[in-house]
Ligand binder design. Structure first.
Ligand SMILES: *Cc1c(COP(=O)(O)O)cnc(C)c1O
Length: 509
């Protein structure tokens, strides 16, 4: 006799492992095993990374035949532990201080446990229902914290890169729509003078500006770097000069991108002054607050974003300074009608009549169609913890960066580039008597040695063509002692490098 499913009256003999009423119990049991694996890992991870090299990890994949399934969860998890978890990079570890990856708050992870199985797609209301209103209320909440005004709107995105692309696309199309002899870019393509369009961002703005310009058909040549002051903030006088240069050369500046928290230095461009220049020249102002957005939750440091409310559009990455799991990010505009440049009505999905009837389809504002319900993570976080708690976590790492700076600045063998405006610290190990080439080699060696030994994961960058090391601090659990311990290891590896070089140097002199 064929067994039937009580709910649907369908045969169950070959029931595929789909999440449904029949498998809810299995799901729960198996999910528990996955969670338990993570729990064991969290308890046992004693360093941010094992230091495995790519060729060592690649070897682990030899002999794995994707056409020969293991059939069960247990062996698959054992294999996964071996090829992935054992050598994963653990951002929650206090000595992971490399990139803008944050440790993640529990409500955000718990939200993943709900949004993944329910699997709403936030493109149309008829695929997400209440999820649409959750996303929209977080957009409104963020716009309100920024101070964008009553007409603001926006959409969740996959990250700052996509948000910046949207900003520059809309700025480009906003310019195109205003031309007398041109319909709009959406229908007609780029205007005849497209080679003269320019995007102005500081010389340390994010590389996604260049990528966006290329994608938008303007090319890297369209991005005009604006000089910074010695604190890596866009110099308003240099911006003014650039704008005048554009006029003199018949170039057309369509957007200025101010960065509120540069990736390397955490520097915040002078938003008020830049906004005034944009207003005077009638140019789109985009504020890239992918990193600095977390200041919106900080009572003590919110004032550092003063002027952000003048922006025409803003990028905020919740997966950086709001301690959310990847991906969780938003793009916001001051005037909701500007989002029409990304709208396309498809009969099968979001017909015009549906929009006219007032159906809130997020796809009308998005580059994506099928879209994860990432907003739920921030929602649950705000509903459980609240914004102040997030702001205090960010404040803690900002304060830590200041303390680490003071400590490192006292150390005779270190050069610290600047007093940190946010939570990154850029420095290099600089013992006496080494030339620039040697300092570059030494600092590269030190960074690799720290990673290889699993002692710490730190970042590197180039400033004035010199190699620097970087701590990006986003973990409120990282203590000053963790950083001093890393500094001691830097000195240790640095001395070892100098000793190894000594014979060569003696021979050379
Ligand atoms: C991280 C970052 C981006 C890119 O964001 P993703 O989420 O990684 O795509 C853009 N701008 C700045 C200033 C950033 O720090």
């Amino acid at each position: 006799m064929i067994q039937t499913d009580g709910a649907f009256g369908r045969p169950t003999r070959h029931a595929p492992p789909l999440l449904n009423a029949r498998h809810a119990e299995d799901y729960w049991q198996q999910a528990t095993r996955c969670i338990d694996l993570v729990r064991r890992k969290m308890a046992s991870v004693d360093r941010p990374f094992t230091g495995a090299h790519p060729e060592e990890l690649k070897r682990l994949f030899e002999g794995i035949d994707l056409d020969a399934p293991l059939g069960e969860l247990r062996p698959a998890l054992e294999e996964l532990e071996r090829v992935y978890l054992d050598d994963a990079v653990y951002f929650h570890h206090p000595r992971y201080v490399a990139h803008l990856n944050c440790p993640i708050v529990l409500p955000g992870i718990l939200a993943e446990a709900i949004l993944a199985p329910i699997n709403s797609s936030l493109d149309t209301f008829d695929q997400s229902a209440g999820g649409t209103f959750i996303e929209q209320s977080l957009i409104d909440w963020t716009a309100n914290r920024i101070g964008l005004g009553q007409d603001a709107d926006g959409v969740f995105t996959s990250g700052g890169t996509q948000s910046n692309l949207m900003a520059l696309m809309i700025a480009r199309d906003h310019y195109g729509a205003a031309l007398a002899d041109h319909g709009d870019n959406k229908h007609e393509g780029l205007p005849a003078d497209y080679r003269r369009l320019r995007i102005l961002g500081s010389e340390v703005s994010h590389f996604s500006l260049q990528k966006s310009a290329a994608i938008l058909g303007l090319g890297y040549q369209a991005v005009m770097p604006v000089a910074c002051d010695d604190h890596f903030r866009m110099d308003p006088a240099a911006l003014k000069a650039r704008l005048e240069e554009c006029l003199a050369m018949s170039l057309i500046p369509i957007a200025v991108v101010a960065t509120a928290g540069t990736t390397d230095f955490g520097s915040i461009d002078p938003l008020e002054e830049i906004a005034a220049l944009c207003r005077a020249h009638g140019i789109w102002l985009h504020v890239d607050a992918a990193y600095g957005g977390g200041l919106l939750c900080s009572r003590r440091y919110r004032h550092r974003l003063a002027g952000i409310e003048h922006a025409d559009s803003v990028t905020v990455d919740y997966h950086k300074t709001f301690f959310q799991p990847v991906s969780c990010s938003a793009f916001l505009v001051r005037r909701r009608s500007d989002l029409r440049h990304v709208t396309h009505h498809a009969d099968y999905l979001n017909p015009l009549c549906q929009a006219e009837a007032g159906t809130p389809d997020q796809v009308n504002k998005s580059l994506q169609t099928t879209k994860r319900f990432d907003a739920l993570k921030l929602w649950l976080t705000l509903r459980i913890m609240g914004a102040d708690a997030l702001g205090e976590m960010f404040e803690r790492v900002i304060d830590l960066a200041g303390e680490a700076h003071d400590e490192l600045a006292r150390h005779p063998a270190f050069e610290v580039l600047l007093d940190p405006p946010m939570s990154t610290l850029v420095f290099r190990y600089r013992p006496a008597d080494l030339c620039e080439t040697e300092l570059d080699e030494l600092n590269a060696y030190v960074r690799a040695a720290l990673s290889r030994n699993g002692e710490a994961v730190i970042a590197a960058t180039r400033v004035d063509d010199k190699r620097y090391l970087k701590f990006t601090l986003l973990n409120p659990d990282t203590r000053l002692e963790d950083l001093t311990a890393i500094v001691e290891r830097i000195v240790h590896h640095g001395r070892a490098w100098c000793e190894a070089q000594a014979p060569t140097r003696a021979a050379a002199s």
